[in-house]
Design a protein around this ligand. Sequence first.
Ligand code: ZN
Length: 838
Amino acid sequence: MKKLIYFPIIIISFNFSFAQDYFLENFGPYNENIQSPEEFLGYEIGDQHTRHDLILAYFKYLSSVSERANLINYGKSYEGRTLTLLSISNEENLKNLEEIKTEHLKSTIPGSIKTINENLPIIINLGYGIHGNEPSASEAALLTAYTLIASKNKKINRLTTNSVVFVDPTLNPDGRDRHSQWANQYKSINLVADSNDAEHNESWPRGRTNHYWFDLNRDWLLAVHPESRGKLNWLHEWYPNVVIDVHEMGTNSNYFFDPMKSSASVKPLIPQENVDLYPIFAEYYVKYMDSIGSFYYTKESFDETYPGYGSTYSDLQGGLALLFEQASSRGHVQETNYGEMTFGFTIRNQFLNGIATVEAAVDNKILLRDYQKRFFETSLSEFKNEKIKAYEFGDIYDKNRTKAFIDKLQIHKIEVYEKDDKFIVPVNQLQSRMVKNFFETHDKYLDSVFYDASAWSVANFYNMKHKAVRSIDVNKLTKVKEVLVNNPKVSKSNYAYILDWDDYNTPAALNHLHKNEVISYSAYKPFSIKVNEDDDVKSFNRGTVMVPVSKQKVDSEKLFEVVKSSQEKFNLPVFSTETGYSSAGIDLGSNFFRINKKVKVAMLIGDGVSSYEAGEVWHLLDTRVHIPLTKIRLNQFNRISLDKYTTLVMVSGSYNQISESGIKKIKDWVGKGNTLITIGSASSWAIKKEVVKESLIETKNDTIFSRKRYIDAREYSGRERIGGSILKVDLDLTHPLAFGYRDQSIPIYKNNNVFLNKSKSDYSSVAIYSKNPHIDGYVSKKNMENNLKGAASLIVSDSGSGRVVLFADNPNFRGSWYGTNKLFLNAIFFGANISVPK
Ligand SMILES: [Zn+2]
């Protein structure tokens, strides 16, 4: 086929234009008092990429003109865009929405339903556009909302009578607008289908991700961003029976819908009954796609192993979550291997499958509600007889990290209890499956190729020490409503202040001191000293920040104000002392207190650099440490001087754009006493380009050749890729990069095949993989034996008067690795004081 559809460019202003018919013809007649998306926007759907503010305006309009729609706002994106849902149902249902909700939620409360209420509408959430540059989704949302609201067709009326549909048009509005702007600005009057055209080739960082370049379709478990947090709150308010998550994939593909590849988990937490629902829904998609001659596939790819996808999360909440993947026209029309594909064609598939979903859900509403009821019943019964009854956790040295972890449990409605200074999570609760996701680890899988990570035990992300408990009586425990970190208020000192580096927030407080020109030192050895008015002796770990009163440029009053405000802002343990004499360890005047130098941090970004990892650094420094990070695009790099920066971050990337003279520039700058921090493949780059003299572990090639089946090639090569696993490393706690840690053994996240040999220097391999490093996730035997045993995860290597901190593994993964963030922040704050002993 040369052209899949004929798509006229002229806007026709009466009600049923040809273009509108292309989408809407089977669902008429329509209420003439309600404007179609085309009439409202002034262009045909598919003719432009619709900005989020226009989508929002249209939804507001629908809500104002129709009794069948109500607008709900559930948050704001980082760039201030409103996150919104339109609830759609018939007039009567919307009037009784609160009663419907109460009745519906009974299926989430075991024992509260005797017989299924057959008249109760089914609850559906149509979610669109979590990946901003997969634009057909949100355009389809406009058509779907319009059809459900304005159609007078009997079939549609039956659907809206029997359902409440919540349409979420733009799950990621910041990314959406980044891409829409791109596609619209490069669009020609004479459409250019040539795939080489700029319209089809978005520039870095592209619109897939949110403001900080995070993939929001991995954030449903980790709940870092306002987009996910707002939506998670809504999901737990409604527990929809059906959720769809609408995507795009490669231009030369066709269309994908569920069922997907089966889970790689040995014992999947998603019930088989849920999996059995997919073929029932698939029949509807088959019917709609066959009727318009659209091609598709199922079963072969994608999987539900990772619980943080939009197409998985609601499966763990008693709903049915479905994935749709449409081949992308990426732009308004693009050539493919089989002719040209228009934007309109991609939108139509998504639109029809949205309607098909509502139809499937309505036809199966009793089955779905009955399933949800059983899901929550089995949440209480399924794991009841398992040996592990609860998990106990808590870190008394770092209350802010503990608080952040509890926040993650609670956003998923996991019940947390406390007893003394320990927290307890019982397994046997309505969110038992989520409890397992947070604490259980795995080493056996049915598959070795994963669509994403194979490890997500969130407790390990937070380096949250925990133990399994075999008997528990919740009646003797107190349920935690909200975690308050109550550190005693610092009192004024005439001698010195002490800020405990063990706390997650102390780097932010140190940055606050730097900003206010406060002089501070850090302890390179532990000490115990009398603190506060009551003269209690307190022990302090390495890294502890000491602020001497007499050495400041400001008077003691002003200093107290700054110290006090740093505590108020970041809620960390701060103490005052009136003496420099320690009862144990170093005194405050010791040379093992080193002055903290002010830092100015830059990071290289642009083509070839992992936008995810760069975004993680930006997000960490901007939102948690409050450091203004300078982001330098690689195409500017030749023109700028590095001299004003103390620290340069290079995350995983190819860095092909850096020329020989650029490499020399970095080397010279490091040589002057500065700190280069490299992560993942940037560490390999620094070694290969001889910025440092360290070495990579050479992968040994097999000398005995084997023969395998052609079809299995992907499986075999996939096996050796470390897609995301949690490993144990052994830390040198005396090294400045490990300050603030108390356990020699901590979990790290590995999702690359960067393997560093131990350093040439005896004192520089700060973290090496433990003898038996596996904690969670899939790692091949070959990688374990040949590449990980005895290898280094974190090295500092000197170069002139400066140093390069080489992270083999990403310490900032997905904004969630609270447990390893401090290694990275130590490199920033203490880098200038790290030398490599000879
Ligand atoms: Zn996607």
